[in-house]
Ligand binder design. Structure first.
Ligand code: NAP
Length: 246
């Protein structure tokens, strides 16, 4: 495929998607990053961008055809399952190739104390009673924990939920994941006995896992479920190498 004729849609929202857009902006490729619009002041990617849902698979197909997209790169978060499924369907129906940029999973290390579960309900079932729990989950995943009254919850996230009044049993800390020292301080300061998080992979939020390892704090790890087939690449560099050769 001639580079000048490449028109790429990056389904974004992750660090990797911003990195990819920044690198591709300097190449003779039309690149548009799509953001879901979940946060009130999202970081704006380099190059073209759009914001908001497409309106399901059909909406995405319409967009792809209208904008003459000839390569979709799904660089969404590994737990953004619905967008990934829509991208897969849209790629299949519109016959536009799809690459999924999938961060490698975190692998349990020797000193990690992990309890692997498949979903939030399973995580809730194994919460140790009467303990201090850190919820390292997105805003949209914490509602089920409002029903639990025999544990104390701290939630670290980027923004307060809009319906704060519904989360009276949860203390919020608004911040990005920190460096190892600060992560350990947070865990010690809040006397955290257990972390609940998802196996997102990547470096940005791995420091909490390292901090938990060093402090011997157990982690209830929500593992990824299988996603639809796609051409999977594990890094921005892999995608750049692929693009050089098409
Ligand atoms: P999701 O459940 O897979 O998607 C729900 C709906 O949101 C999709 O059907 C789509 O709406 C819209 N959407 C999602 N990603 C979009 C994108 N990049 N561009 C345009 N529309 C998008 O997704 P989610 O878990 O809510 O995550 C939303 C976004 O936040 C993702 O882009 C993801 O990369 C980013 N993010 C998510 C997490 C997480 O923990 N899940 C963490 C960090 C960043 P329509 O059906 O209307 O097209």
């Amino acid at each position: 495929m001639e580079k000048e004729r490449l028109s790429i849609l990056i389904l974004g929202g992750t660090t990797e998607s911003y990195n990819l857009a920044e690198i591709l902006e300097n190449q003779p490729i039309k690149v548009t990053t799509s953001l879901a619009g979940r946060t009130t002041s999202p970081r704006i990617p380099k190059g073209n961008w759009r914001i908001g849902g497409f309106g399901g698979t059909e909406g995405l197909i319409h967009y792809i055809l209208k904008e003459k997209i000839n390569l979709i790169i799904d660089a969404t978060h590994p737990f953004a399952r619905q967008m990934t499924e829509h991208a897969y369907e849209a790629s299949r129906i519109a016959k536009v190739p799809l690459i999924r940029l999938e961060r490698p999973l975190w692998k349990k290390q020797e000193k990690d104390i992990w309890l692997s579960v498949s979903n939030i309900d399973e995580a809730i079932a194994v919460i140790p009673k009467g303990k201090n729990i850190l919820l390292a989950l997105g805003r949209q995943h914490i509602a089920p924990f409002t029903q639990i009254d025999d544990a104390k919850f701290t939630a670290r996230m980027l923004e307060y939920p809009e319906d704060m009044e519904n989360y009276k049993n949860i203390e919020f800390i608004i911040s990005y994941p920190n460096d190892l020292y600060q992560e350990k301080e947070l865990l010690l300061d809040k006397k955290i006995d257990c972390i609940i998080c998802r196996n997102s992979g990547g470096d940005t939020s791995y420091t909490k896992i390292k901090a938990a390892r060093e402090l011997e704090i157990p982690v209830i790890m929500i593992e990824r479920l299988p996603l639809p087939n796609a051409l999977i690449m594990h890094s921005v560099d892999d995608i750049l190498a692929y693009l050089k050769n098409i």
